[in-house]
Design a protein around this ligand. Structure first.
Ligand SMILES: *Cc1c(COP(=O)(O)O)cnc(C)c1O
Length: 360
């Protein structure tokens, strides 16, 4: 194999970013849009950052086909803080929230909610080791405070085909597949995504909430934990993560320039290429149910531990990095987020084929 010197980073998050975005971010660190200031040092309540915020929020709405019924927020605290804030805000002490348990992140969201009210696990594939998606529940009560689901299960590599309509308000963790395909965002009362998978670097979290949801806030909460306060202060309740938001804006521009439809098509081709190789290559396999396989996080294993170790070394030698599975599952996980190109995936497939020929 000819290793060109360019690393192919398949990390599950923080994920690879396009070269163009990195270049623009680097330039802005030195001199932001010819202001003579670093983007790291612009005032967070000043005109420059305000423009960054406004443009990024408008792009999110445009890419998700949303109208003014929705508020876009940039927040701190990652996925975990959303796991906590959602029940804090929307689950009253005597209320019940429904959760779809399809993986580690869903389970952690459930754990956080149980601090604040009753949790009903509507369906779960925990006992199957999350190797497939659960059956969608036949009946979901409209009386639930909300229903929470994870659109893509980053650790186990399963993904829902679509965002369903539910009678109760639907809240979706889209951390690892937002902007990777067309989705029914308007079926959500709230959706959120940590930046470090498909949007940008770690440090910012995107939250999109429908305005009617904001009237359902149940508890008296400190401002930082109350969605209404973040909306009222337009994401500048305190000093926001200016740089991660700026890099996310660069990424949103990049996504828009390519278009969601083209991105989705490429993501489908990337995933199909790699799954075909995993299914064909006798040294590898996956136990993820075929219909439920994720386009974003592709989990697989080698036939035995020794082969796995050798393949891992081979990847390092050929410039493929961060392909190890999550610490809880082992094996391999190739995360094919938007910034990983079709060419990159072809290279990974070629590496698996060469590994096969040299290890027969
Ligand atoms: C990565 C991830 C999270 C957690 O994000 P943190 O910012 O590390 O808290 C939550 N949900 C999903 C689906 C993820 O992929």
């Amino acid at each position: 194999m000819i290793y060109s010197g360019k690393l192919i980073n398949l990390n599950a998050g923080p994920a690879a970013l396009p070269d163009q975005v990195l270049q623009q971010a680097a330039e802005a660190v030195l001199n932001f849009e010819h202001t003579g200031m670093s983007v790291l040092s612009i005032p967070h309540r000043g005109v420059h950052f305000n423009k960054i915020l406004e443009e990024s929020k408008a792009l999110v709405k445009e890419l998700c086909w949303l109208d003014d019924d929705y508020e876009v927020l940039w927040m701190h605290g990652g996925g975990r803080l959303q796991f906590a804030m959602i029940p804090m805000n929307f689950l009253g002490e005597h209320g019940t929230a429904g959760y779809i348990d399809s993986g580690n992140w869903s389970a952690d969201a459930i754990r956080h909610a149980s601090f604040y009210g009753n949790v009903e696990v509507l369906t779960s594939t925990k006992k199957h080791g999350y190797q497939l998606l659960p059956e969608w529940p036949e009946h979901i009560s409209a009386d639930l405070a909300y229903v929470h689901m994870t659109s893509n299960n980053t650790i186990y590599g399963t993904q829902w085909d679509e965002i369903p309509r539910v009678d109760a308000p639907l809240i979706v963790d889209m951390s690892s597949d937002i902007f990777s395909r067309a989705m029914n965002y308007t079926n959500c009362s709230l959706f959120y995504a940590v930046a470090q998978k498909n949007i940008g670097p770690a440090g910012a979290t995107l939250v999109v909430v429908r305005k009617d949801m904001l009237q359902r806030i149940q508890r008296n909460l400190p401002p930082m934990l109350n969605y209404n306060e973040h909306v009222a202060e337009k994401s500048v309740l305190n000093t926001p993560p200016v740089f991660p938001i700026y890099v996310s804006l660069l990424m949103l521009r990049w996504i828009k320039s390519r278009g969601i439809a083209a991105i989705e098509e490429e993501n489908r081709r990337k995933a199909a290429l790699l799954y075909d190789e995993i299914d064909r290559n006798p040294l590898f396999s996956t136990s993820v149910k075929k219909e439920d396989r994720s386009m974003m996080n592709i989990c697989f294993r080698a036939v035995d531990e020794r082969t796995g170790e050798m393949f891992n070394d081979f990847c390092t030698e050929t410039g493929i990095v961060n392909i190890k599975g999550h610490r809880s599952t082992g094996g391999f996980r190739a995360s094919l987020y938007n910034a990983v190109s079709l060419e990159d995936v072809k290279y990974v497939v070629a590496a698996m084929q060469e590994f096969e020929t040299t290890n027969k």
